[in-house]
Design a protein around this ligand. Structure first.
Ligand code: ZN
Length: 271
C-alpha cells in the first residue's frame, strides 16, 4: 500500500476510549478497525483518553484500559493525550467562536428542554436562550449556534448521508452546567488540533457526524475529516455490548486464561 489516502494525504486516525469502565470486546473490534486501516494505508494512530466527563471518569479505568491495550499489542504512534489536560485548548477554541458571536450562555435544565422540545428521536434544543443574552456565569452552559443548513458527507462504510444538525439536536452544547466540555465539542476540537483526517468509530455515532463537521468548519477547519462508521458488537439485535457486560470484558477474558491472540480472534469474529 502506498501510505497515502486516495486524495494524496497521509492518514492520521485515533483510538479514543472514555475511562468510564474497563476495556470490552467492542473496544477491541474498534481498535482492530483503527489499527488495521491505518497500517494498511501506512498511516498513524493516536491514542486519546476521552475523560471530558469529570464526574464519570476514573483514573483506575484509564490505567486498566492502557494496560489491556498494551497486553493486546495495540501500540499508538505518538504519546497519549488526555482530554482533562486540554482545558486551555478547548477554552481557546471557544474563544474563537465567541469572537464570531457564535456562542451564547444557556441556563436551561434538561427538564426545561424536554418540555419545550416535545418528542423526537433525539432531544432537540429549541433555542430558548439564543436571544436572551445571558451573562456567561460558571453555572451556565455554553451553546454554539449551528447553521440551519444541511450537511452532506460520504461515510467510508455507510455511503452518502445528508443530515440537518439544527433539526436533529439544535444549537450544540459546548460546555455543560457542571463545567464539563461536552463530548461533541471536545472531540471536534481534538480531531482538528491533532490533525485527525479519518475518524473510525461505531455506528452509534453516525448521527453526530454532520454537527461535528459543521463545528469543525466554524472552528476554522477547511478540510473536515472523513468518517468510517463500523457496525457495533451486539449481544442481541437491539442491545450493544457495554462496559457493565462482564462476560465480554477483557479483564474477565484474561482471567479465564485467554491469550492476546485469542481475544483478537474473538473480536475479529465479531467485526
Ligand atoms: Zn437555554
Amino acid at each position: 500500500m502506498s501510505g497515502v489516502s486516495g486524495d494524496g494525504r497521509v492518514i492520521t486516525t485515533r483510538f479514543a476510549p472514555a475511562p468510564t469502565g474497563h476495556l470490552h470486546i467492542g473496544h477491541v473490534v474498534n481498535a482492530l478497525y483503527v489499527w488495521e486501516t491505518a497500517r494498511r494505508q501506512g498511516g498513524r494512530v493516536l491514542l486519546r483518553i476521552e475523560d471530558h466527563d469529570a464526574q464519570r471518569s476514573r483514573v483506575e479505568f484509564e490505567e486498566s484500559i492502557l494496560e489491556d491495550l498494551a497486553w493486546l499489542g495495540f501500540v499508538p504512534d505518538a504519546p497519549m493525550v488526555r482530554q482533562s489536560d486540554r482545558g486551555a485548548v478547548y477554552e481557546a477554541a471557544l474563544q474563537r467562536l465567541r469572537a464570531q458571536g457564535a456562542i451564547y450562555a444557556c441556563d436551561c435544565s434538561r427538564r426545561d428542554i424536554a418540555k419545550a422540545a416535545g418528542s423526537g428521536a433525539e432531544l432537540r434544543y429549541p433555542g430558548t436562550c439564543a436571544s436572551r443574552d445571558l451573562p456567561e456565569t460558571p453555572d451556565c452552559a455554553i451553546r454554539v449556534k449551528l447553521p440551519r443548513s444541511e450537511e452532506r458527507f460520504d461515510d467510508v462504510l455507510q455511503g452518502p448521508r445528508i443530515q440537518v444538525p439544527a433539526d436533529q439536536c439544535g444549537d450544540l452544547l459546548a460546555r455543560d452546567r457542571k463545567g464539563n466540555w461536552t463530548y461533541q465539542f471536545a472531540v471536534t476540537v481534538d480531531d482538528f488540533e491533532q490533525g485527525i483526517d479519518l475518524v473510525i468509530r461505531g455506528l452509534d455515532l453516525l448521527e453526530s457526524t454532520g454537527r461535528q463537521i459543521q463545528l469543525a468548519r466554524m472552528l476554522g477547519r477547511t478540510d473536515p475529516p472523513r468518517f468510517m462508521h463500523h457496525p457495533l458488537v451486539m449481544r442481541t439485535p437491539d442491545q450493544k455490548v457495554s462496559k457493565s457486560d462482564g462476560a465480554t470484558g477483557i479483564r474477565e477474558m484474561r482471567a479465564s486464561g485467554m491469550r492476546p491472540l485469542d481475544v483478537i480472534a474473538a473480536a475479529r469474529r465479531l467485526a
